[in-house]
Design a binder for this molecule. Structure first.
Ligand SMILES: Nc1ncnc2c1ncn2[C@@H]1O[C@H](COP(=O)(O)OP(=O)(O)OP(=O)(O)O)[C@@H](O)[C@H]1O
Ligand SMILES: [Mg+2]
Length: 501
């Protein structure tokens, strides 16, 4: 569980914040003043800090400076009112994670907290290379010659300040390598900021990376410091750089050559000291031919390249990976590792696995969720590999997508005709969430840990949703079907029927 420290002198806010975050499965520490906050960071460092700007005694800015000096890798989210935004911006320039204006919407705050917690995890959780014993963090598994070469390359480039380009198919471990380079570099106690060039809409990417000045465009009501400037002194990981828009590529080239950038709408450049690590699964040579990637940037980036081999080129590692994921996921799911038959292992080793390690790990998680305690057989693996494991509806290709779409459309039309037409968005999403959750609870036989894992939400969140939607195991169903362990989850307001919700 992740620990959040809230520093705010407002008792009311601290308490309601604490309650809210505890419900979201975070451990919360609170401090009524900057001085106490800094002490806590010193003695029991949290994963992230949420800090109010206006504090009695040591003010928010000074508190930020002390915390950042003590623990530069702990993301600090600043809460600020309109009057203090300038100071908040100053703090961002010095490396604060983000700021949020008071009064804020809870979902917006939770989203920033989630990002900060993830950033903290990526900075703190070590990436161990398979050559070393490990007991904490992630590990890169693989003893094959190509992987040994990767470990050596990481060791060689990490301590230099060189820009690195990581290439490889989807799911081959590019992000793990980027983190390993950062962690073994001389900048390892400075921030590591990940920017996924495809996840951010093209129109926002430039301002996200480089920031903007007040008035740079309609809606730019105040200055915003970009992610690159924010990472000053640290490392920026430009993920999926092959998909970066052409115009922004020019700005990245300038950053690499001149170590400076211009915020949008600014007249002068600011110098920044960041190390760039970039990754792509694109064929950049084709992109050059098609004119979607700049040649000058390509040559600048490719000087130090690490190319990750796909799994099919390191078959001997597949067994190690299977054993590793079986152990890891069994522990996470709280089940005994059921083991896997030789034949099943063989199928995975011979399968082309287009998604590489990610696909292998997802397949193993999938079969373990449905495992009933016996060793994983070749039939189960074949089904999982070709996507036949029944996750309820969906995931069966385009035809089914079309059909599902029609069904959903019909359902929405029905719903509109029978309900008062307000809050439709929320109502529909609630309705879908309730169906999804009850379906998953049925599939997992009522096991909340497995269901939460499959849904990708925390157990307390799942619990809250079951409560919210009034979903419960119907006793009548248990009586009807005691052997099959088919726990029919349904809305307690509905009458029990033999159908699932
Ligand atoms: N050698 C490895 N050992 C153990 N786990 C690995 C290894 N390589 C990748 N993984 C795991 O597989 C998943 C995908 O890895 P990662 O995100 O680093 O791949 P990627 O190359 O960045 O993929 P994409 O191109 O899809 O972004 C992660 O969960 C990662 O922890
Ligand atoms: Mg990736």
């Amino acid at each position: 569980m992740h620990k959040i420290l809230i520093i705010d002198d407002d008792d009311q806010l601290r308490m309601s914040f604490q309650k809210l975050l505890e419900e979201e499965d975070y451990i919360v520490d609170i401090a009524p003043s900057g001085e106490t906050g800094v002490e806590i960071v010193k003695n029991q460092p949290p994963d992230i800090v949420v800090l109010d700007m206006r504090l009695p005694g040591m003010n928010g800015f000074e508190t930020f400076q002390s915390i950042h000096h003590l623990a530069p890798k702990i993301p600090v989210i600043i809460m600020t009112a309109f009057g203090t935004t300038e100071t908040a911006i100053e703090a961002i320039k010095m490396g604060a994670f983000d700021y949020i204006l008071k009064p804020f919407e809870i979902p917006e705050m939770l989203a920033i907290i989630k990002q900060a917690v993830e950033a903290s995890r990526l900075m703190h959780s070590p990436v161990n290379l398979d050559t070393q014993p490990f007991n904490d963090g992630d590990v890169m598994i693989g003893k094959s010659k190509p992987m040994q070469d990767i470990y050596k390359a990481i060791g060689r480039v990490a301590p230099t300040d060189a820009t690195v380009l990581i290439r490889g198919e989807s799911g081959t471990g590019k992000e793990l390598v980027a983190r390993a380079i950062y962690q073994h570099s001389t900048r390892s106690n400075k921030p590591f900021i990940i920017i996924n060039c495809v996840a951010i809409p093209e129109t926002l990417l430039e301002s996200e990376l480089f920031g903007y000045e007040k008035g740079a465009f309609t809606g730019a009501s105040h200055r915003r410091v970009g992610k690159i400037e924010q990472a000053n002194g640290g490392t920026v990981f430009l993920d999926e750089i092959g998909d970066m828009p052409f115009t922004i590529q020019a700005k990245i080239l300038r950053l690499l050559q001149e170590k400076s950038l211009e915020r949008l709408g600014a007249r002068t450049a600011v110098s920044v000291n960041v190390r760039i690590i970039a990754a792509t699964n694109r064929n950049l040579e084709n992109a050059l031919k098609e004119g979607t990637f700049r040649e000058d940037l390509y040559y600048r980036l490719k000087v130090v390249t690490i190319s990750l081999p796909p799994l099919r080129e390191r078959q001997e590692d597949i067994k190690l990976l299977i054993d590793f994921f079986m152990g890891q996921f069994s522990a996470e799911l709280g089940i005994k590792n059921p083991g896997i038959t030789k034949e099943a292992e063989q199928i995975l080793s011979n399968d082309p696995l287009p998604g590489n390690v990610r696909e292998l790990s997802n397949t193993i998680l999938k079969v373990l969720i449905f495992n009933t305690g016996i060793p994983v057989s070749s039939e189960v693996i074949s089904q999982a590999v070709i996507g036949k494991v029944n996750f309820g509806n969906g995931d069966k290709g385009d035809d089914n997508d079309d059909q599902s779409r029609k069904l959903v459309k019909k359902w929405i039309q029905n719903y509109i005709s029978t309900q008062k037409g307000n809050n439709l968005y929320e109502k529909c999403l609630d309705k879908f969430s309730a169906i999804l959750i009850s379906e998953i609870m049925n599939i997992t036989g009522g096991n909340r840990t497995k269901a939460a894992k499959l849904l990708g939400i925390s157990r307390p969140t799942l619990h809250a949703k079951l409560e919210k939607f009034g979903l419960t195991v119907t006793t009548s169903m248990k009586e009807l079907d005691p052997q099959k362990n088919s726990w029919h989850y349904q809305n307690k307001k509905d009458k029990p029927t033999t159908k699932k919700v």
